[in-house]
Design a binder for this molecule. Structure first.
Ligand code: TXA
Ligand code: MG
Length: 371
């Protein structure tokens, strides 16, 4: 199935048109892969009811089968046959789906038995989302099937926010059509993921544009009784490689995730106990690309190879939109050996959590001190 890019059969990029949209909807129905823009990142879509189609996602991405897939639907009633919800799940699902969909929220509830095991990674829950991007919506509507879609990057690499990013990572997969639309991913980081347990508990598994405060406030308005937990477990990639059956609440929570191909660090002026120890040298800075936020590390600009700011005015929405493309650009700069990222942990703002979560993982949790 995998072919070298020098061979004829490679992934095809289709400039957006009504015809290419219809073509892609048909391709999904016949179990091919279609990469499409959403408001968060590009998704790598496959028919969620076909084991054969879902297999292709894992093979194209090089993703371990222990990592379940998000299923994209186009309207809330489409969730009926895919789920088998408890009363509590149903109540929360209705409130949150009605309020936040279409939008960047993924909701995990109990799966029904029509969902192929490859989608749930042999678990009993399913992750669902209705995307807000118009191209994604039209594609789902025309295909008229639930579409499994992880981010369309090579496993562990930075998520894609343009069709070109997808092509750069997955061009050697022959049964893939990439729908290229200029109105790309306006949010720029993946959806917030929550899990609704069968009884009275909700957990945040991945931060994103919809905050836990917003989620809690909607449930409180409806006087629903619930416990809310933040279950962001940081798991090292070696642990998942050791055991394909490793049990994790959210298997995608790997420490080394969203990682550029060159080494990245978070710049700090504080001592971070476990990771403290690395310091700058002149040569180090000369071969470093600095990706900043709100001009925090602007003093390093002159001695660095290249300096770019995610948002020089300190806007987290702008930063999240830019982060993945800046990381991908940085790894391609000639002479670049390192990427230095901003420490946003001290920003006491829930909007910074999603961006910093990706920065932390891009750097595999490594900090570096300024002397
Ligand atoms: O914004 C997004 O969510 C994008 C776009 C394309 O929709 N998709 C995306 O998918 O980020 P992916 O596969 O890269 O991330 C999905 C995350 C993973 O961490 C996965 O482990 C988790 O959701 N997940 C999916 N199904 C799950 C389940 N049933 N139980 C627990 N975690 C689940
Ligand atoms: Mg991903």
């Amino acid at each position: 199935m995998k072919q070298k890019s020098s061979e004829i059969h490679v992934a095809k990029v289709l400039p957006f048109s009504e015809e290419s949209l219809t073509f892609c909807a048909k391709a999904l129905k016949s179990d091919s892969l279609v990469a499409f823009p959403t408001e968060t990142v590009y998704g790598l879509g496959a028919n969620a009811l076909s084991e054969k189609a879902a297999e292709k996602i894992f093979s194209a991405k090089g993703r371990p089968k222990s990592d379940p897939l998000i299923v994209h639907i186009s309207f809330m009633r489409q969730a009926e046959s895919l789920t088998n919800m408890s009363e509590f799940q149903r109540q929360c699902f209705d409130v949150l789906g009605t309020k936040f969909w279409p939008g960047p929220l993924t909701i995990i509830v109990k799966a029904s038995n029509i969902v192929p095991k490859i989608i749930t990674a042999n678990g009993d829950s399913i992750a669902l989302r209705i995307p807000a991007n118009k191209v994604a919506q039209e594609l789902l509507k025309q295909a008229n099937i639930p579409v499994a879609a992880p981010s369309a990057n090579r496993f562990g690499h930075v998520s894609p926010t343009t069709a070109k990013h997808v092509y750069d990572d997955l061009s050697d997969f022959d049964d893939l059509y990439i729908l290229d639309h200029s109105e790309n991913c306006s949010i720029g980081i993946e959806s917030t993921v929550i899990k609704i347990f069968e009884k009275n508990k909700i957990a945040l598994l991945r931060p994103g544009a919809i905050s836990s405060l917003q989620i809690k406030s909607e449930l409180n308005k409806e006087k629903i009784n619930f416990k809310f937990e933040i279950l962001q477990r940081v798991v090292k990639i070696q642990d998942i490689e050791k055991s394909a059956n490793i049990s994790m609440e959210s298997p995608g929570q790997l420490l080394t995730h969203y990682a550029p191909t060159i080494e990245a660090f978070i710049v700090t002026n504080q001592s971070k106990s476990e990771n403290f120890g690395q310091t700058f040298s002149k040569e180090f800075l000369n071969s470093s690309v600095i990706i900043d936020f709100n001009q925090k590390n602007a003093s390093l600009m002159k001695s660095s190879l290249k300096y770019i700011d995610l948002s020089s005015r300190g806007d987290f929405d702008e930063a999240s939109q830019n982060l993945f493309s800046y990381l991908r650009n940085a790894e391609k700069i000639e002479g670049a050996k390192y990427i230095l990222l901003p420490d946003l942990i001290e920003q006491n703002n829930e909007k910074s959590f999603g961006v910093f979560d990706r920065i932390y993982r891009a750097a595999s949790g490594k900090y570096i001190n300024i002397i």
